[in-house]
Design a protein around this ligand. Structure first.
Ligand code: GDP
Length: 297
């Protein structure tokens, strides 16, 4: 991920650093290249425009151009702007500040990695935070999805809510929360149904489950490989059900990175976690400053 963007930006800033003195025209030329590199990386157009304008505003002044190493000064401004676009300094942790059992709602399209990510989060909370986690599948459309979650739960070593035929997603959510309360669980992860595309029935179902459980987190799982579509999906989910955090999967693939750079500006929701493989421990916190560092090489 980010390889092409990183390669091109390094080229631009290595060029600037070599020059010593910089004119305003040099900076504007460099920003033209940055703009093209970001667009090629699939960053959403309004995000690119805003980014480039901000950098220009800060970089084209005597303070920067007359400084001892203007190339580095401009690179630092770009680094800071990248951190901003990625969501600001520091990882944003999961919010589990609610009375136990804390409901965590997982939403997203089918195939985004939602069920796998539910298992990964359960494993993480269990091993790192010693939480007692219950996994529950609310996918009444696809019995296979319910079985998949039950199998994942077994691999992770946490219980999953027994499957009862004929229940609605809201029924299952209530049963999961009741079990959570009765059996002293700290966190209940509710894996909602995914669909192949966004539709009103899916959103209505999520809204109902949300109203019934008042989740501390509504985590949207999106596939980084889908680029601009990931951002459009996130926007639609956020508008319809309200998203508190994003989990971006397939960061191990060769996605161009535009989705990660556009997500915060377009949806307002921070990327909280990333998936970097099929294995259940392949889940990382998202640190904007580290990612910006990687992009600038
Ligand atoms: P769901 O339909 O959204 O629940 O998607 P699944 O959880 O079933 O995941 C679909 C496929 O993507 C599975 O084969 C997962 O192992 C795989 N997958 C999930 N997350 C990642 C990830 O971060 N990286 C990679 N390479 N594969 C992933």
């Amino acid at each position: 991920m980010f390889e092409a963007l990183s390669g091109r930006l390094s080229g631009v800033f290595d060029g600037l650093a070599k020059r010593g003195a910089l004119s305003e025209a040099d900076v504007l030329e460099a920003m033209r290249e940055v703009r093209l590199a970001m667009l090629d990386a699939d960053v959403a157009l309004p995000v690119v425009k805003d980014f480039v304008n901000k950098v220009k505003e800060r970089a084209v002044g005597a303070e920067v151009l007359d400084s001892i190493s203007p190339g580095q000064a401009v690179a630092k401004i770009v680094n800071d702007a990248l951190i901003d676009a990625l969501g600001g300094a520091g990882a944003v942790p999961l919010n589990l500040n609610a009375a136990a059992p804390v409901p965590v709602l997982m939403v997203g399209l089918q195939g985004s990695g939602k069920t796998t990510t539910s298992g990964k989060i359960a494993l993480r909370l269990k091993t790192r935070e010693r939480k007692k986690v219950l996994l529950a599948s609310l996918d009444t459309q696809r019995p296979a999805a319910q079985l998949q979650l039950a199998q994942l739960a077994e691999q992770v070593g946490v219980p999953s809510l027994p499957i009862v035929a004929g229940q609605t997603p809201v029924d299952i959510a209530h049963r999961a929360m009741d079990t959570g309360r009765r059996e002293g669980f700290d966190v209940v992860i509710l894996d909602t149904a995914g669909r192949l595309s966004i539709d009103e029935a899916l959103m209505e179902e999520v809204r109902q489950v949300r109203a019934a459980t008042q989740p501390a987190e509504t985590l949207l799982v999106v596939d980084a490989m889908t680029g601009q579509d990931a951002v459009n999906t996130a926007k639609a989910f956020d508008e319809a059900v309200g998203v508190t955090g994003v989990v971006m999967t397939r960061m191990d693939g060769d996605a161009r990175g535009g989705a990660a750079l556009s997500m915060k500006a377009i949806t307002g929701a921070p990327i909280k976690l990333t998936g970097s493989g099929e294995k259940l421990d392949a889940l990382e916190e998202f640190h904007p400053e580290r990612v910006a560092g990687r992009i600038l090489g």
